[in-house]
Design a protein around this ligand. Structure first.
Ligand code: SF4
Length: 224
């Protein structure tokens, strides 16, 4: 589908085919990741360095879904490798979850940013960009089939659990969803990095670890 075919569709649509047309007929994580690397289904491909697809074991018990790759992830081409990823690693370890057994991904696969001086500042993806990218995430979920799916932050939670979902009120609880046997949400690790002072940061980290510990208990229960 070229520019002509998307006339009349909101500008967020890029100049490539929609994601649903790119998903291989016999998908595997490797094939889907390769297909996503050339995605131009929304305009974000023009801003990001590359598609940052999810990573982790193909049959991971836990899938963590964030908002979008950040600056470091955009450059590295891997999810959760920047400062927020390092904090996530520490929180997973504190909760007793082996990061190597977790699949990590985002609802949007390109970094959306705006320039501020020489810096690239995170810009929240819009609902049309989230909708355009969603089939990649749905395919990841269908292939990995995690027992527990954890939304990290409001963007992921509202994209997957509905706009009425409030992370502040409902974090750490398991909510009914067709996405996985157990679905929950907690804060995004980048929000902990933005805490105004050390005391708040410590309290937020404790809450994050407590939410992940509930997840660890559930996978431990299954494995016993
Ligand atoms: S953000 Fe998603 S839909 Fe948009 S170009 Fe990137 S991979 Fe494709």
């Amino acid at each position: 589908m070229g520019k002509r075919a998307v006339r009349g569709v909101r500008k967020v649509q890029g100049d490539g085919p929609p994601v649903s047309d790119l998903i291989p007929a016999r998908p595997s994580l490797g094939r889907v990741r390769a297909a996503a690397s050339g995605c131009r289904a929304c305009d974000l491909y023009k801003r990001g360095t590359q598609t940052v697809f999810g990573e982790g074991p193909s049959k991971a018990a836990v899938m963590l879904v964030g908002e979008q790759p950040g600056d470091a992830e955009d450059l590295a081409g891997h999810p959760f490798v920047g400062p927020a990823g390092k904090l996530l690693d520490r929180a997973l370890a504190a909760a007793g979850i082996d990061r190597r057994r977790v699949y990590v991904t985002n609802v949007v696969k390109h970094f959306k940013w705006e320039p501020r001086g020489k810096r690239r500042i995170h810009e929240r993806p819009g609902s049309a960009e989230i909708a355009a990218c969603r089939p990649w995430l749905e395919t990841e979920i269908a292939l990995v089939r995690p027992r527990v799916l954890v939304c990290l932050g409001a963007t992921a939670a509202q994209a997957l659990l509905g706009r009425a979902f409030k992370v502040t009120r409902q974090r750490g609880t398991f909510v009914p969803s067709p996405l996985a046997p157990l679905v929950t949400a907690t804060v995004h690790p980048s929000s902990i990095l933005r805490a105004p002072d050390e005391e708040t940061r410590r309290a937020e980290m404790d809450g994050f670890v407590a939410d992940l510990t509930r997840v660890a208990r559930e996978i431990g229960r299954k494995e016993r």
